[in-house]
Each structure stands twice: as structure tokens, then as C-alpha cells.
Design a protein around this ligand. Structure first.
Ligand code: GCO
Length: 390
């Protein structure tokens, strides 16, 4: 039996835009619905979790999980520059209260890729006042996290957000690692994170950090691969991990490794099962990412804030997750402070430019009725959580 530390946070993760539905004031909603978009389908109603979050949280609690990572939406809280929606702030406060009602710990992400359409209109992360605007948003969100929240992630995957900004359109998110990050954007994201943490420091006992996508790049054995790796590997990933010494924790989001040959990254990141091959979803990636974060950050405590697999083959999800957890237990054995594991994802959801085809969820839902159906992997994972190990 591999037993995890007492108090280990066994949870599942989601993001507002990917499950709530009708996030109409966000930049992604604009991109999804603009003529000629490369995004395969709009997010639309998603899983209607904006209205069904209580049902979702109760399902997770009944399975045996003790935590839930979800994000709140800037574009709902501030739908137009300077226009504050008290109703949206109250909605997310009710989400935090509901988590406690069901006995699960909320882990809140302030920005999970989406920003208000006005923020992108007014210069996006390149605007000189981007960090001021994000700090102001954090002030607006304080009532949501001021009570009953122990962990806040300010920004989800700034390294991917920097790539996204550097690329021509949202489809770059799917390419992962290929577009060069816009380093001016990378700077703005780091400053925004630091300003947000300053605001959050008003809340005593609140632990703040952010999440970084660790992509486990490795060079194929062929000649020329090492040079190509230097060219392609994500410079922002390590830089962000090296610049969080003061953070209370760092979220690691690791799924697979990226093998780089002289031609570049091997098969593109698989969006759907048909391209799934063994190395594309590589369970040890979770442990590789945790070790990188622990070392590069100077031993900032780590939480796996995303790890999972998009597959219709649910037994494969169980095998993958078992492999990831075995690797994470080895990290703990090696003295790494690992706070928890948030499986991606609680629900099947909108996988950005790839739409709804990739099914990462422990729980499926009917597109007509929104009825939820936990998969066998959900029961398996709930058992692991109840036993605090496997
Ligand atoms: C990301 C995001 C998630 C994705 C998940 C699966 O890493 O891109 O945090 O929103 O949906 O990682 O790709």
C-alpha cells in the first residue's frame, strides 16, 4: 500500500470557461464565434456547471474526494471595464460555501486562460496597466476567497498563456510549445502574479501561488534533436519556476512528455483518442514535473493541480492515474513536500481549440439533459482518496 501524507488534498480540477457555459463576455467566446476561427466548435452551454455546481461538488464529495479546484471568471465579475457585477461575486462566494457544505476544500484559480473581452480589446497583457487591472480584479475577488479558502492560484499556466499571446490565434494552445512565448507578455504575467499575491496577502493564512505547465521535453536520439530541443523547449516554463521563490506553493500541471526530433516535436499533442500512443500520455510526467518545480523553485511546496488523460477507454484512465500516483509517491519518499493531487478533470469539458472531443473527465454528462454519470475511474479514484493511498 502506498500511503500519502495526512491531510493530502485528493481532488479534481476544472476551469470556469470549460464547464460553466455561456461565458459571453470573455475573449475566448469572441474567438470561438468569430468567422474563420480555427477553433473546432464554440463552448456554448458547456456542462451548465454555472447552475449545477452544487450537484458536481456533491458528486465529488460522495465519491470520497476532499478537495475541488475550480476557477472563477474575471469576465463575469467585471463584464465591462470598471463595471462590477456584485451578483457574480456573490455567485462565486456561494460556490465556496457550497464546497464546505459538502465537506470538500475549495482551491480557487483567479484566471484560467480567459480574460474579459474588454481586457483583450484594450491591449491584453501588453497593455502598460495590465498588472494594475489584474490587481484590481483580485481586489474584487477578495470576498470570494477571504473566508474558507486556503489555496488560491492567481494565474493558470502563465507559460502557456504567454505562448498563446505570442501565437496568431487560440489554436496555438493546441500546438503546445511550438509558438515562441511573447516574453513581454511573460513579464506582464509575472508582475500580475506578484501584484495579485500582494492583494491576497491581506487574507491571513491564505496560501497563494500559481500553476505551471511542465512539458517534460526530451531530445530524441537522432543527431540534431538536442539543438532543436533548445529551440523549441518552453523557455517560459523554467523561468517561471525559477521566479517563484516567495510563493507559498506552486501548482504543477503535467500530462505527458514531448519528444523532440530534428524535425521538431514528434506527433502533435493528441486532441482525441485516435492519435493516442503510449508516449503521448506518459504517467511519469507528473513526477518529472514535480521534481523540476521543487528544484527550480528552491523547494517551494508543490501541488499537482492537473494531471489526467483524454480517452474513451476508462480502464486506461485508471492505469494512467495509478502510474502517475506511483511516481508522485516516489517524489514524497524522496523528501519533496507534495500537498495534493487534483485530477484533470472532474467533468468532461471544453478542451479549448479542440472542443468537446477530448474526454478528460471522471464524470460524463449528457449534452441534452446535462445528467451526470460518474465513470468507473471516478469510483476507483474516490476509493484511493478515501484510503489516502493505493
Ligand atoms: C491546460 C489547461 C486545461 C486543459 C488541460 C487538458 O493545461 O491547457 O490548464 O484547461 O484543458 O490541461 O489539456
Amino acid at each position: 500500500m502506498l500511503t500519502f501524507p495526512d491531510g493530502f488534498l485528493w481532488g479534481a480540477a476544472t476551469a470556469a470557461h470549460q464547464i460553466e457555459g455561456n461565458n459571453v463576455n470573455s475573449n475566448w467566446w469572441v474567438h470561438e464565434n468569430e468567422p474563420g476561427t480555427t477553433i473546432v466548435e464554440p463552448s456554448g452551454d458547456a456542462a451548465d456547471s454555472y447552475h449545477r455546481y452544487r450537484e458536481d461538488m456533491k458528486l465529488l464529495a460522495d465519491l470520497g474526494l476532499n478537495s475541488y479546484r475550480f476557477s472563477i471568471e474575471w469576465s463575469r465579475i467585471e463584464p465591462e471595464r470598471g463595471l462590477v457585477s456584485r451578483a457574480s461575486i456573490d455567485h462565486y462566494r456561494r460556490m465556496v460555501d457550497a464546497a464546505h457544505e459538502f465537506g470538500i476544500e475549495p482551491i480557487v484559480t483567479l484566471m484560467h486562460f480567459t480574460v474579459p473581452r474588454w481586457f483583450e480589446r484594450d491591449g491584453f497583457w501588453r497593455a502598460p496597466d495590465a498588472a494594475d487591472l489584474f490587481a484590481r480584479y483580485t481586489e474584487l475577488a477578495l470576498p470570494v476567497v477571504a473566508e474558507g479558502v486556503n489555496y488560491v492560484c492567481t494565474i493558470n499556466e502563465p507559460n502557456i498563456a504567454a505562448m498563446l499571446a505570442g501565437g496568431e490565434d487560440a489554436s496555438n494552445l493546441v500546438a503546445y510549445g511550438l509558438p515562441k512565448p511573447d516574453l513581454a507578455v511573460a513579464d506582464a504575467l509575472l508582475l500580475s502574479h506578484q501584484r495579485s499575491r500582494e492583494v491576497l496577502s491581506q487574507v491571513s493564512g491564505l496560501k497563494t501561488g500559481w500553476t505551471v505547465a511542465t512539458q517534460a521535453f526530451e531530445a530524441a536520439p537522432e543527431d540534431g534533436a538536442a539543438e532543436k530541443l533548445k529551440e523549441i523547449a518552453d523557455p517560459a516554463e523554467n523561468w517561471y519556476l525559477e521566479n517563484i521563490a516567495g510563493d507559498d506553493f506552486v501548482g504543477v500541471q503535467a500530462y505527458t512528455r514531448n519528444i523532440v526530433g530534428p524535425e521538431g516535436i514528434r506527433p502533435p499533442r493528441p486532441e482525441v483518442e485516435k492519435t493516442l500512443t503510449e508516449w503521448e500520455y506518459f504517467p511519469p510526467a507528473a513526477g518529472i514535473g514535480v521534481r523540476a518545480a521543487w528544484e527550480l523553485s528552491g523547494h517551494v511546496p508543490v501541488m499537482v493541480t492537473e494531471n489526467g488523460i483524454a480517452t474513451q477507454d476508462d480502464p486506461r484512465r485508471i492505469d494512467y492515474t495509478r502510474g502517475a500516483l506511483e511516481g508522485l509517491h516516489a517524489c514524497i519518499e524522496d523528501g519533496i513536500e507534495l500537498l495534493g493531487y487534483q485530477h484533470w478533470s472532474a467533468l468532461d469539458n471544453y478542451e479549448w481549440a479542440s472542443g468537446y472531443a477530448p474526454t478528460f473527465g471522471l464524470i460524463a454528462w449528457d449534452k441534452e439533459t446535462f445528467a451526470r454519470t460518474p465513470k468507473p475511474s471516478a469510483s476507483w479514484y474516490g476509493e484511493v482518496a478515501r484510503n489516502n493511498g493505493l
